[in-house]
Design a protein around this ligand. Structure first.
Ligand SMILES: NC(=O)c1ccc[n+]([C@@H]2O[C@H](COP(=O)([O-])OP(=O)(O)OC[C@H]3O[C@@H](n4cnc5c(N)ncnc54)[C@H](OP(=O)(O)O)[C@@H]3O)[C@@H](O)[C@H]2O)c1
Length: 237
């Protein structure tokens, strides 16, 4: 078993990476997870009020104490990655990346230069690339998708059209659309690990089986032809 966990938010989703907060959260995680060691500890989100050097310096205390094995960042840009890595080697970056969210590709050169692995979050574009999503009027008034550009009325139909094309392509490969979205990530770089989310065991099994689908350079080119700029509305959904 490999345990990864994060710190960096308050209970109300404010950022907090002050050293005392990091120490409290990591000690709580060790206790709550009933473990002596966390394999991978991430900062969840950069904190504009705390220099990354102080953040990683505090994370390093746990490595030195044998309580954390590897350090990671999430939602970080190149400058943050470089400054963090200068304090202690960073092993993983977790940012959003999918057929619909391409911005993060600009970070691949620095990841390759520094030998950092990449964990792709929201790899199914928060469900959009499953083909199962509906226009925003079908969701509750407080549903988080109302904030996302892919669901905005001016973008939704164009995104649904891209998804319909991708679904046809997936079918021609004997795969589901979600599997195509995950296989695309696995084919992009050998250091990418997608982390799809699902509350349904059958869909988890379906997603795991995406590892058996190998996409060729021609397949990747076809997907790029259908979604050259990712999802309509930008890389953050
Ligand atoms: N580091 C960060 O700041 C950050 C931010 C966002 C997310 N994440 C992490 O990224 C992971 C996944 O991201 P996510 O949940 O935002 O997006 P996602 O994995 O792109 O999409 C999840 C959505 O897709 C649906 N889905 C998954 N597999 C499916 C399948 N085979 N067929 C049909 N629908 C399917 C799920 O519905 P059901 O549940 O109904 O199957 C859910 O609505 C999570 O571990 C999350 O914690 C990290």
């Amino acid at each position: 078993m490999t345990i990864a966990t994060k710190f960096g938010f308050t209970q109300t989703w404010g950022t907090d990476s002050r050293p005392e907060h990091i120490r409290e959260v990591v000690d709580d995680s060790l206790r709550n997870l009933n473990t002596d060691t966390i394999d991978l500890l991430y900062q969840h989100m950069p904190d504009p009020n705390v220099p990354i050097e102080d953040v990683v310096g505090t994370m390093k205390e746990f490595v030195d104490a044998g309580k954390v094995k590897y350090l990671g960042l999430s939602n970080a840009d190149e400058d943050t990655i470089r400054r963090a890595h200068a304090v202690h080697p960073i092993s993983a970056l977790q940012n959003q990346y999918s057929i619909f969210a391409l911005d993060t590709e600009s970070l691949f050169p620095v990841l390759e230069e520094l030998g950092i692995g990449f964990v792709a979050y929201s790899p199914i574009a928060r469900g959009f690339l499953s083909g199962g999503v509906k226009s925003i009027d079908h969701y509750a008034p407080d549903d988080f998708r109302r904030q996302l550009a892919w669901w905005k009325p001016e973008n939704f139909d164009a995104n649904a059209a891209i998804v319909a094309e991708l679904a046809k392509f997936a079918e021609s490969k004997g795969a589901t659309l979600s599997q195509l979205a995950l296989a695309w990530l696995l084919a992009k770089k050998d250091y990418i690990i997608p982390i799809p989310g699902s509350r349904n065991l059958d869909r988890v099994a379906e997603n795991v089986a995406a590892a058996d689908l190998t996409l060729t350079a021609v397949d990747l080119a076809r997907i790029a032809e259908v979604a050259p700029e990712g999802g309509i509305g930008g890389s953050q959904g």
